[in-house]
Design a protein around this ligand. Structure first.
Ligand code: URA
Length: 264
């Protein structure tokens, strides 16, 4: 038997836990006293062991994280930044790559209640590299405020990350080329609900030709995430009489999330 000092043992366990953490296992089951099972996080600076002495402290890897840890949010931030860099250098759509000023990656809170999915960046978004900062974005901000939400509580992204020229709709090939970025982003952001703004978002995410007016009012599923569809803010600017319907959709969404509307 090899003699090992307590401090070397500590170092070895720490290294092993760090390897587990890097490979995605961030919580361990602590079967410490056999009467209760708790999960403990693997963190950098200390071990999830109650005591190093004796053999009672059996630590078993748990397959699924119970609570999202700070580490998983940090890791997601890092992975989203890597994805954003990948999008910034993407030239899969030659016309878009030539005409864009900036790629427009999603922005907002990771693991939010709501992720709004739009169509494609417009002129202002292309200039600033940020989604929904033009005229329709201002209207969206007002809708959020009426719901008691701020921009940094939600996430925004688009079906495609580059502005199509001449205000045209994204082409099917462009949507396909960008699909991987959209799906990876949604998987990392993991919102409770996706709110599709307008027909381009709904058609492409839900793979349907059903128009928005028929999709409204109920939840659909996209890879385990609930999806609600409403009109695009640009459509509301052109058809202000539809604002009432969007407000109904938002009230439905807010109450579905168990949130309260602000008192007027
Ligand atoms: N319209 C969209 O669909 N997305 C934006 O980011 C801006 C305008």
């Amino acid at each position: 038997m090899q003699n090992i000092s307590l401090s070397d043992l500590h170092k070895q366990i720490k290294m092993h836990l760090e390897c587990l953490r890097i490979s995605g296992i961030e919580w361990l089951e602590n079967n410490n006293n056999c009467t209760s099972q708790t999960s403990v996080p693997i963190v950098n600076d200390h071990l999830p062991l109650v005591s190093m002495a004796g053999t009672q402290n059996v630590v078993v890897a748990s397959p699924a994280p119970v609570i999202p840890s700070l580490h998983s949010l940090e890791k997601k931030t890092l992975l989203l930044q890597q994805l954003k860099d990948e999008v910034a250098s993407c030239v899969k759509c030659p016309q878009l790559a030539q005409t864009r000023k900036n790629t427009v990656f999603g922005i907002g809170k990771i693991e939010p209640d709501i992720c709004f999915v739009g169509e494609a960046p417009g002129i202002t978004e292309d200039e600033k590299g940020i989604p929904f900062v033009g005229e329709d974005g201002l209207l969206l901000d007002k809708i959020l405020k009426a719901c008691g939400l701020s921009r940094d509580e939600v996430y925004f992204l688009n079906i495609i990350s580059c502005k199509p020229p001449d205000k045209r709709l994204p082409l099917p090939t462009e949507v396909t080329n960008c699909r991987g970025f959209l799906e990876k982003q949604l998987a990392l952001v993991k919102p409770k609900v996706i709110c599709c703004l307008g027909s381009c978002a709904a058609e492409n995410l839900l793979d349907t030709k059903i128009p928005t007016n028929k999709l409204r009012g109920k939840f659909y599923d996209w890879k385990g995430i609930q999806v609600l569809c409403t009109y695009h803010p640009l459509y509301l600017i052109r058809n202000p009489e539809k604002k009432k319907e969007v407000w109904e959709d938002m009230k439905f969404l807010i109450s579905h999330l168990g949130r309260m509307l602000p008192t007027p």
